[in-house]
Design a protein around this ligand. Structure first.
Ligand SMILES: Cc1cc2nc3c(=O)[nH]c(=O)nc-3n(C[C@H](O)[C@H](O)[C@H](O)COP(=O)(O)O)c2cc1C
Length: 543
């Protein structure tokens, strides 16, 4: 009666280990085939096997002498017994061993009489199977042969572990290659993005001596005239020249040494020797451990912007000085005109004058009033800017001032109003708002020469500034008048510039509006086409 072998105590882990190795049903491998062939030679046996004991079968990884066999049922396998032993299990004559005497592998094919198997034990002590030699006649191993069989089973376990290490390394390599492919793809996207960036970008590797550049995009080449090959592996100081400020250079050097962000406007030189004002921002880049690894530099040419900024600062200073001088003069003239108009009015009202004299005095009075209006404009213009502290709803104050402003309309001018502004509070004095509206309407009326269409629109908009975007009230006044050519548009906000005949305008209306809008922190825009008309848009920020 065949006796099936006992099931090892750690069977579950043993089978799990076997599965983990992915060795069952795998293709033949030279290492195992060679060992079995060698064993058959050395032990002079017809059969030698590397066999793994699976749940219900023993499976042959290497097989000499049993062609066509890949496995046998576990309950008749000699190896199921051998994996329970610590050393070699030797069955000298199966017919004389009650465990195997009736075993079909003994009584039938392949007719086993002799079996010797050493367990294959891995370094974690799992017993996966055996390395065994089999004969069809009874035999007995010498002590040397037993020890050789044990050695060969040891070689099989080493081969299994080496095979596992190789497989793991292969998996790790594949994973690494996948990760590298993802990184390469992302890096490529990033590089293409920076390459296409319209602002000049440079990167210096701070682990290299002298912060040499390892990257510069196309915009940098366009800005400086230096190609990539002339830029890389150099410190960016090649852009400096005779007028580059040594203080700013020092400031850059100190920020780089301290690993701090810095922004400067520094004179730099292109490859062709022309200079430009470079707004340069340098920002440090740290790795995960906080170590400074690189600096990124953003460069832009602000030469024209700076020229405009300087010019408008000069203009502002000039205007302030002029305003102060004009204010003084206007005040004095106003003081003199006041008694003149009072006395002329008194002469007309209370003293005998001939009708002709009264007519003359009337003209004097008109002239005095005109002169006082002009002086009023000059005084308003020369007053220093101040916050009004008055808060009004935009549409409400507009409706209150509108009747005053449209007194200037003639009967051939049609007015179209579009008031689409939701309730919105603005900070501006009633006087200043009326100066804005009256001036803009009166300019529009005179541009139309007495006939045309005046459109006034009110709505809500957004005022963009570098610091923030704020809600704003928008007033847009469009006329169908004569319009302005480009030169007139450029000078329209310049004090005393006027296209009206002498005596008909001070040229202070639009500059005054400009100054008042600026005072609110707002914005004014003029659009005009000769012969078609003009639109002036003003934005006043919400309070
Ligand atoms: C990424 C990077 C970009 C730079 N770009 C400029 C630049 O456009 N113009 C410039 O004058 N300096 C630039 N610098 C600074 C100079 O390379 C230099 O470090 C600095 O002027 C200090 O000069 P020094 O080391 O000769 O004292 C850059 C530095 C770095 C790290």
């Amino acid at each position: 009666m065949t006796q099936p072998a006992a099931i090892p105590a750690n069977e579950e882990e043993r089978i799990a280990r076997l599965r983990m190795l992915a060795i069952l049903d795998s293709d033949p491998e030279v290492m195992f085939d060679s060992l079995t062939r060698l064993a058959a030679e050395i032990f002079e046996v017809p059969i030698a096997l590397v066999s793994f004991v699976d749940t219900d079968r023993q499976w042959f990884k290497a097989n000499v002498g049993l062609p066509g066999f890949t496995e046998t049922p576990r309950d008749i396998a000699f190896c199921s017994h051998a994996i329970l032993e610590t050393g070699v299990m030797e069955v000298k004559d199966a017919l004389l061993d009650e465990r195997f005497a009736t075993n079909p592998l003994v009584t039938g094919g392949p007719g086993i009489r002799f079996y010797a198997g050493a367990p294959v034990i891995l370094s974690d002590a799992s017993r996966l199977g055996t390395f065994c030699v089999i004969d069809r006649v009874p035999r007995k191993l010498s002590a040397l042969q037993r020890s050789m069989l044990t050695e060969m089973a040891g070689a099989v376990s080493h081969a299994i572990e080496a095979r596992e290490i190789t497989a793991n390394a292969k998996t790790a390599r594949i994973r690494l290659e996948d990760d590298l492919a993802v990184i390469a793809r992302r890096t490529e996207v990033l590089r293409a993005t920076i390459d296409a960036c319209p602002i000049a970008v440079t990167i210096a590797d701070m682990t290299l001596p002298d912060a040499t550049l390892i990257y510069a995009n196309d915009a940098f080449s366009q800005l400086t005239g230096y190609g990539r090959d002339e830029t890389l592996d150099r410190n960016c100081r090649f852009l400096k020249g005779p007028e580059t400020s040594p203080e700013l250079s020092r400031k850059l050097g100190q920020a780089i040494a301290a690993g701090e962000q810095v922004e400067v406007e520094i004179v730099n030189y292109r490859k062709d020797g022309t200079k430009f004002l470079n707004r340069l921002t340098l920002a440090p880049i740290h790795d995960k451990s906080g170590k400074l690894t690189a600096f990124i530099g953003l460069q832009s040419d602000i030469t024209f912007e700076a020229q405009r900024r300087d010019a408008s600062e000069q203009q502002r200073a000039k205007m302030a000085a002029l305003g102060r001088a004009m204010g003084g003069v206007a005040h004095e003239i106003n003081n003199m005109l006041q008694p003149v108009s009072l006395l002329v009015q008194d002469a007309i009202d209370n003293h005998f004058v001939t009708p002709e004299g009264a007519g003359h005095l009337g003209i004097v009075l008109d002239c005095t009033r005109n002169a006082r209006n002009i002086i009023g404009d000059v005084l308003a213009f020369s007053r220093p800017p101040s916050r009004s502290g008055e808060i009004h709803d935009f549409s409400t104050i507009f409706e209150e001032i509108l009747p005053l402003a449209i007194q200037a309309l003639t009967k051939h001018i049609t007015l179209s109003l579009a008031m689409e502004c939701p309730p919105l509070l603005i900070e501006i004095s009633r006087t200043k708002f009326s100066q804005i509206l009256v001036n803009l309407v009166s300019n529009a009326v005179s541009a139309m020469g007495g006939a045309g269409q005046l459109t006034i629109q009110l709505d809500e908009d957004v005022l963009e500034s570098p610091a923030q975007a704020r809600k704003a009230a928008r007033l847009r006044i469009t006329d169908t008048g004569c319009g302005m050519d480009a030169t007139t548009q450029e000078r329209a906000f310049e004090p005393f510039f006027t296209t009206k005949p002498i005596g008909q305008g001070t040229g202070l209306g639009l500059p005054l509006v400009y100054a008042l809008v600026q005072e609110t922190g707002g914005f004014i825009k003029l659009e005009s086409k000769p012969g078609l008309g003009t639109t002036i848009t003003i934005l006043i920020p919400a309070a």
